[in-house]
Design a protein around this ligand. Sequence first.
Ligand code: F6R
Length: 600
Amino acid sequence: MCGIVGYVGPRPVADVLLDGLERLEYRGYDSAGLALGRSGALGVFKTDGRLRDLREMVDASGANVGAGHTRWATHGRPSILNAHPHLDCHGQVAVVHNGIIENYVQLREELTDQGHRFLSETDTEVIPHLVEEYYQGDLPEAVARALQDVQGSLAIVVLHAEHPDMLVVARRDSPLIIGLGQGENYVASDIPALLPYTRDVHVMENGEMAVLTQEGVKLTDWSGREIKMNPYRVNWDPAQAEKEGYEHFMLKEIHEQPRAIEDTLKGKIKGSQVVFDSLDLPVDRFNKIVILGCGTAWHAGLMGRKYIEALAKIPVEVDIASEFRYRDPMVDEGTLTIVISQSGETADTLGAMREAQRRGSRILAITNVVGSTVSREADDVIYTRAGPEIAVASTKAYMTQLVCLLLLALYLAQRRGAVDEGAAAEVLDALRGLPDQVREALKTNGKVEDLAQRLQKEQHVFFIGRGLDYPLAMEAALKLKEVSYIHAQPYPAGEMKHGTLALVVEGLPIVAIATQSALREKMLNNIKEVKARGADVVVIAPEGDDLDEVGEAVHIPRTMDLLMPLLSAVPCQLLAYHTARIKGCDVDKPRNLAKSVTVE
Ligand code: F6R
C-alpha cells in the first residue's frame, strides 16, 4: 500500500519523483523518502512528515536516476529511520519496497552474524544488505540472487552508486507498473503516478524483474531469462487524476459520478438486452453466487445480493474477504464467485478469490483497474469505468460498482428467463436516466452542508434504513467514520427495538434513509420510535414524500426502488465530506488509512 515511483531519464529526477509521489500519497503517507543516483554516491533524503517537507530538503543536482516512496507503516512505526529508501552498510545500495518480507527476522539474524549493521525496525532493510552481500559488479545479478532468499510479497526498486544509469525492479504479489517513454523510463506502484508522462505501460507479472535505463527496458524472470514485454495503452485521461479546481479529490470524485455512470453504462445496454463484451457465463451451471469484497466493496456486494436475488432469483451469500478465507467456505463448481475491488490489489480480496478458485468456483471480477491482479487472475472481468479514484474514501467507484451489479443481475435474469421484458425495460430506462438524476441529487449540497455544520460537534451518529436502505446506511456510516472520525453506527431500522433503542437519548442525531416505497409505513413507525425517545432525525427521502412530521427531510429525485440507493448515496457522501472538511480533517488522506490495502 506504500507508493513507489522510479525514473531514469533527462528530466529533473527529483521533480518527477516528487510529482509522482504526490499522486500516490493516497497509498500511504506516514513518511516519505527518495534516493537519487549520481556518479559514485547516492543522495538519500527522508522525512517523517509529508511530501512538502521532503521537497524542501532535496538536493537534486547531478542525478538522472532515482526512486521515491511514501510509506504506510506495517513493520516499525513511522519515523525517519523506518522511512524508505533503506540502505546497505556502506550507503551504496538503496531499496524502496512495498509488501512484506515474511522471513525477515531470520534473514536479519543471519546478516547480522555476517557483520551487517541494521538501523531500522523494518522488514525491507534486509534487501539492500542481501544485495550488498551478493554484489560483485553486476547489479541485476545481485538483485536476482537476493530475491531467491526472500519470502513474502514485494515490489522493489533498487539503485546502486556504481550504476547511476540504471534501476533494477522486481515484483511478487505487490503491483508494479513500468511506464515506457522515449529516451526515458518509469516505474510506479500505481498508474496515476505515470499519467502526466506516459500512458504506455507494462504491468509486471509475479516473478518478473526488469532493468530500466534511458535506452530501454530489459524484462526477465528472476533467473535472468528474457521475457517479451506486453505493453498496452492506458485509456485514463491524465486530467482525471488532477483536482481540477475542487478543494479535495473526494468532492471532485463525488461530482464525477454522473460521468462515471455514463462511462460504465456505455456499450452494456443494446436495445432491451444487457451485454458484456467477452462475457459468456454458463448461467445455468450456478446454483449459488458468493460475493466477496472489503469495506465499501463489501457494502456494494450487500446491495448486489438484493439485486441478484430480486431479479435473477439465484441465492446469494456475501462475505467479507478476510473472513471468507478462514471459514472453510462451501464453494464449488456450482458457485459463481463475484469479487469486487476498486483497486484490484486488496490482499484480503485476492486471498479470498484464490481460495474460491482453488475450490473450483468460476470467478467474475468487478474492478476499476485494467491490468490489476484481480483482473488478471479472474476468469471474467467487468470493469467499472470510474476513472482513477484518488481520495482514500471511495465514492465514484462504489457508485459504479452498484451500476455493474445491477446490470449483472439483469444479465443473469435475462439469460435465465427470470425477468419479463417489461420489468427489464423498466430497470434499463431507470438506469439510462440515472446520470441526470445523480446530477439533481448533487443539488442537495447546500442543505447537506448545513447539516454537516450541526453534525461536526457530535460524537455519535446513527444511520437507519430498511431493505435496500440498510446496506446504504452501512456505507454512509463508514464514509462518515473514515473521513470525519465521528463514531457512526448503521442499524436495520426494524432491529432497533431489539436492543439498540436503549442507546437513543435526547438529541442523538439519526439519519434515516427512507426510500423504499414498500417499506415506507414500517420505516415511518421506526422513525417515530426513535423520535419519541428524543432523537434528532434527518430523513433522506424521495421528492414529494413529505416527512416533515418525523424529521427534517433531504429530498432526492425519485426513481424505481431498486435504484434509490444510488441517489441517496449522494447526500450521504456529501454529508461525510462536509463534516470532515468543517472539522478540519485531512479529507483525502484520513489518518491510519491507505487507498490500496496490499497487506492482510
Ligand atoms: C472505504 C474504502 C475501503 C475500500 C476497501 C477495499 O471508503 O475505500 O473500504 O473499499 O479497502 O478496497 P478495494 O475496492 O480497492 O479492494
